[in-house]
Design a protein around this ligand. Structure first.
Ligand code: NOJ
Length: 797
């Protein structure tokens, strides 16, 4: 079943069947103000933090309600409907709905009884409020007398958990007022008098471009007894009763009456945000100018499309193109901004950036916005503790030099993170390498950046400290301890047990530090890193390789996890792909282990994280046992890991396999099996249920997942073969034999590269000839020094 299609021209996903198998969401806004909205206008908004800045309510894990609702009512027939199919839910044989999700905006269009409505939801660029622009057209012959109602359900408190559970407090701290064109909600308003201004919060819901006829600020009065958002009594009655809440549950509801002659269109806008009365008033006045929303949408499109245009590909695979050019790229920016903090499943417990998640997320946008990436790299480096470990959770208002750390009770209490993770700082190496390679900005290595607790150092020394942290936390056999967790949150290998994933990451870190040392002409560091690489290489070879595979780890009781013959979890995906990515496995062995993965772990929906799933034979630290077999870390298809197997196959030049893995888990490629997949066909999810599950192919945990960045890197560096280094760009695609040619437009260090790849002989990799502006290059390498502002690049494979 298909519920929508990609409009690649407009960079939109268009949902023309509103009864999607799950709420299909989009993200609006910026770090200042975030909003998540579904194709039925469900969702919520927040200021800075989904956990601590929640403005409106959303009931998770239910019917995609409430949301940003616009109700329409024919005041002659008393019939009413909503401008999004839900919540009123008119029969779909008489009600037509189209939802256009775009980059930073969502437009929901509906046609019912000759009234065409368009509700355009967006957050103006860098603004901290949202706009719902409504257009109503009478396509009938008679003039229509309509009522339009806008509705939001405010939270009583910005801290989500407080609003949801501490009712004996939050139900008695808020009230609403009607201020001519808007509802004003106050929280703890008495603190104004007590000179504790900052405690007071005020939110507004306003109407511009139309006159408020009736209003309501009290949820119970808006809905009516035993009524729901689908059939509010006030809408049925055709007017709001003017009740304003004083304690209990607030809402913002405004009603305007419209007379629309045949063929005419009327438009106005609802606005919502966290503002004081004066500011709210000024804002609404600005939107009396009906031309403003179109200007702002053009600005938003220009902003986002401008970023996405830094890489535009045209390959024979439309699904690949749609994801790389628009949706995977947009998702990378969304994970970059919101980490794992606010979605329709992450409901707001996490109040900050997960260290490993964010350092990985940065990789997904480096090729599109290196400057934005640079700021976050420095921010995350400043969240490294002076002994080299990283704060597992970094607060949005992180204050370098003054932060508590996992050793401190205060940190553990406020973040819920008891101790360091073995892999957090390991992600700094590929991320810093990718940034410096993309930009050539190696001077960053000498930039002084503070530590989270105290002191400061050059970025290069921060990286050395990160290696020091791993070397000071070695387990048995002298390999890196797995500590509280490595990348896999469900593996507790502890201070003695060792992680082969971290060992391979450390091996790769040494390689990257050798490259940086060579560039800095720091021979002492180069020597030190080379010796460490050799030393650990020997131990990995001795302890990490068993017959035909790399094991996953060794427990503190010296049990090897992931070896041939283990009754469960005998083969793990990540050690195999990372043996190739880290350069530890040579081409021959790399090919063999990836063939084993393809044979044992691959399925039609992607490669499983490990197999067989745990049921009976899990060691103490194997928390994956908590999940049903073939679910999440317990042998599910953990989609983030698909990015690494795609990259590994591509690094070995096996383009056919790389794209096979790509398409198996590509949302766009599952657009016609939406009832199986459930999740959005334009955004990656965290995992897909696999072979042990009766629901094989069903995906979960949408949007906020590291899959976005790893698949982007696997696609751009792997399949498309755009592999920059400090001095230039290596162009080495790994593509399926049937891709006879493809093109790319890439911005590289401010220069435009129009790249044409020809593959007449149906190769998967290789370079017969590479020319730049007609000049032959040596091999497949383009020194940055030869580039002009605009360049014609032709690669013959
Ligand atoms: C999701 C977490 O956000 C991420 O940090 C972790 O690496 C994966 N789960 C795997 O456990």
């Amino acid at each position: 079943m298909q519920y929508g299609h990609f409009d690649s021209e407009k960079r939109e996903y268009v949902i023309d069947k509103p009864d999607t198998p799950a709420p299909w969401a989009n993200y609006l806004g910026s770090p200042a103000y975030g909003a998540i909205i579904s194709n039925n206008a469900g969702g919520y908004s927040f200021v800075k933090s989904g956990a601590a800045g929640r403005l409106i309510r959303y009931r998770f894990n239910e019917q995609d309600r409430p949301g940003r609702y616009i109700y329409l009512r024919d005041d002659k027939t008393n019939d009413y409907w909503s401008a999004s199919w839900q919540p009123v839910g008119k029969p779909l044989d008489v009600y037509k709905s189209i939802c256009r999700h775009g980059t930073g905006y969502t437009q929901i269009e509906a046609d019912y009884k000759d009234i065409h409505s368009e509700s355009l939801y967006y957050v103006p660029q860098d603004a901290d409020y949202e706009v719902w622009r409504v257009k109503l057209t009478n396509n009938g012959k008679e003039t229509r007398k309509l009522s339009c109602f806008g509705f939001v359900e405010f939270t009583c408190e910005s801290f989500y958990e407080q609003d949801q559970v501490n009712l004996q407090y939050t139900q008695f701290i808020t009230r609403t007022y009607f201020k001519d064109r808007f509802i004003l909600q106050t929280i703890n308003e008495n603190c104004l008098n007590a000179l504790n201004e900052s405690r007071v919060e005020t939110r507004f819901f306003g109407l511009a471009g139309a006159k408020v006829a009736t209003y309501c600020g009290d949820r119970a009065s808006f809905l009516g007894k035993y009524r729901d958002y689908g059939n509010p009594l006030s809408i049925e009655n055709g007017k709001l009763d003017g009740t304003l809440n004083y304690n209990m549950n607030p809402c913002g509801a405004l009603h305007t009456v419209l007379e629309i002659p045949s063929g005419k269109t009327v438009e106005f806008a609802f606005l919502m945000g966290q503002k004081r009365e004066t500011a709210a008033n000024e804002l609404i006045s600005r939107y009396e100018d009906a031309s403003l929303p179109d200007k702002e949408i053009e600005q938003l499109k220009k902003y986002w499309h401008g970023k996405l245009a830094n890489l535009k590909v045209q390959t024979p695979n439309e699904n690949f193109n749609n994801m790389i050019n628009t949706w995977n790229a947009y998702q990378c920016f969304i994970t970059f901004v919101w980490s794992r903090a606010a979605s329709l499943i992450y409901c707001g417990q996490r109040n900050g950036y997960g260290y490993r998640d964010t350092v990985q997320d940065i990789q997904g946008i480096i090729h599109l916005d290196p400057q934005m990436a640079l700021e976050k790299i420095k921010f995350m480096i400043s969240a490294q503790v002076s002994h080299g470990g990283a704060l597992p959770l970094v607060k949005y208002d992180h204050n370098p030099g003054k932060e508590d750390k996992p050793e401190d009770e205060t940190y553990r209490k406020s973040t819920g993170h008891p101790s360091y993770r073995a892999d957090d700082t390991m992600w700094l190496f590929p991320t810093v390498w990718k940034y410096i390679a993309e930009t050539g900005n190696a001077a960053l290595l000498d930039e002084i950046i503070p530590y989270a607790d105290s002191g400061e150092d050059t970025l290069f020394n921060h990286l050395k400290k990160a290696i020091g942290f791993s070397l000071n936390n070695l387990g048995i056999h002298g390999l890196p301890a797995g500590l509280h967790a490595d990348w896999n949150d469900c593996l507790r290998l502890g201070a003695k047990g060792v992680s082969m994933f971290v060992a391979l990451q450390l091996y790769y870190a040494f390689e990257i530090m050798i490259r940086f040392s060579k560039h800095k002409k720091d021979s002492a560091a180069e020597k030190e890193m080379t010796e460490l690489k050799e030393r650990f290489g020997k131990i990995i070879e001795e302890r990490g390789w068993k017959t035909d595979r790399f094991v996953r780890g060794i427990t503190e009781n010296d049990e090897t996890v992931g070896k041939p013959g283990d009754p469960e979890a005998s083969l793990w995906l990540n050690p195999q792909s990372w043996a190739v990515i880290s350069g530890f496995a040579d081409e021959k062995r790399g090919g063999a282990i990836l063939d084993l993965v393809h044979k044992e772990l691959n399925t039609k929906y992607g490669a499983r994280l490990m197999s067989p799933s745990y049921r009976k034979h899990a060691f103490d630290g194997a928390l994956a046992l908590l999940f049903n077999p073939s679910t999440k870390e317990n042998g599910g298809i953990f989609l983030q890991s698909q990015g690494w197997i795609i990259l590994a196959e591509a690094l070995l030049g096996r383009g056919g396999r790389a794209l096979e893995y790509y398409l198996e888990s590509c949302p766009a490629a599952q657009n016609t099996i939406a009832d199986t997949r459930l999740m959005e066909p334009y955004a990656y999810s965290q995992f897909t249920e696999s072979v042990d599950s009766p629901f094989e192919g069903r995906s979960h945990v949408h949007w906020l997942t590291g899959t976005a960045s790893t698949v982007m890197v696997g696609s751009v560096e792997g399949i498309l073969g755009l592999r920059p280094d400090i001095d230039g760009l290596r162009l080495t695609p790994a593509i399926p034999k049937d891709w006879k040619s493809f093109t790319m437009e890439k911005t590289f260090r401010g220069n435009k590269l129009n790249i044409k790849v020809n593959n007449p002989d149906g190769k998967e990799c290789g370079c017969k000839k590479l020319t730049v502006n007609g000049t032959a290059m040596e091999g497949n390498y383009i020194p940055a020094s030869v580039l002009k502002t605009e360049n014609e690049v032709i690669l013959e494979m």
